[in-house]
Design a protein around this ligand. Structure first.
Ligand code: C5P
Length: 245
């Protein structure tokens, strides 16, 4: 598989064409950003840890019946994936109230949310990712009602599978963001990544943060330790042996 032209360079990942028109190569870089990209640092091996964790999670989701973009992790930080036309919606699921939810609404930090909140934000830096609803999505022509319903249903299914997956690793899945795209046949497929960059993960015993929130809070020196901890807990030893980390 040859890496050809750069199609898109996001804040932390770069997407390249390959010799197959229906596939792309996604490179997970070591960049870490916060505040719409206002703060940016390089964290050694972060791209590798995220690519491995995200691939593992996508595999688990596939086994649970959720179609994902993952084809194969060909290098520790390079994933071959189905080419998708991405839908510019960040679907956020919240199992516990924290972050922007408690800054925006009168709800106490740490409140369990049952059923979970399903939120959709417009992926648009210029407009600072404003929250959407079904009517706004349709008015902007981003998706049909049927597609919106599919996104919500799939996001809740991802939540069910991953809550259990992380629970077995002694981790609480507090909230997360996912993105979907359409493949060449128009099927809605889970894309992008699911990693400590896009989830809030708390240790079940200590409630310590094990995700990017540490970086958002300026605790830069603790970030990689947390990502490595998540890797150690969710990647089985025999799979770790494949990576020289
Ligand atoms: O900041 P907020 O509380 O809205 O974040 C909710 C969840 O979505 C968190 O897990 C956060 O990591 C994730 N998120 C993300 N990318 C964004 C916004 C939120 O991964 N642009």
């Amino acid at each position: 598989m040859t890496k050809k032209d750069l199609i898109n360079s996001g804040k932390v990942k770069s997407v390249f064409t390959t010799d197959n028109d229906n596939e792309v190569l996604i490179e997970f870089r070591d960049d870490m950003t916060a505040g719409d990209g206002a703060r940016k640092e390089v964290m050694s091996k972060k791209g590798t840890y995220n690519a491995i964790i995200s691939s593992k999670i996508f595999q688990v989701l596939e086994e649970g019946g959720v179609k994902t973009q993952l084809i194969e992790l060909i290098k520790p930080n390079e994933m071959i994936a189905t080419k998708l036309e991405m839908i510019p919606i960040e679907v956020i699921i919240r199992n516990i109230a924290t972050g922007s939810l408690v800054r925006t609404y009168p709800i106490e930090d740490g409140t369990p949310l049952d059923p979970p909140i399903v939120q959709m934000d417009y992926k648009n830096d210029e407009f600072h990712d404003p929250m959407l609803n079904d009517s706004i999505i349709k008015a902007l022509g981003i998706a049909t009602q049927e597609e919106i319903d599919t996104l919500k249903e799939l996001a809740l299914k991802v939540n069910d599978i991953l809550r259990e997956f992380f629970d077995e690793a002694g981790i609480i899945l507090v909230d997360f963001k996912i993105e979907f795209g359409k493949d060449k046949d128009g099927n809605i497929v889970l894309g992008d990544e699911i990693s400590p960059d896009s989830c809030r993960l708390w240790d079940k015993e200590t409630l310590d943060m094990l995700d990017k929130e540490l970086f958002r809070k300026g605790k830069d020196d603790e970030v990689m330790e947390a990502y490595v901890e998540v890797y150690n807990r969710v990647i089985p030893d025999e799979e770790k042996a494949k990576f020289d980390l």
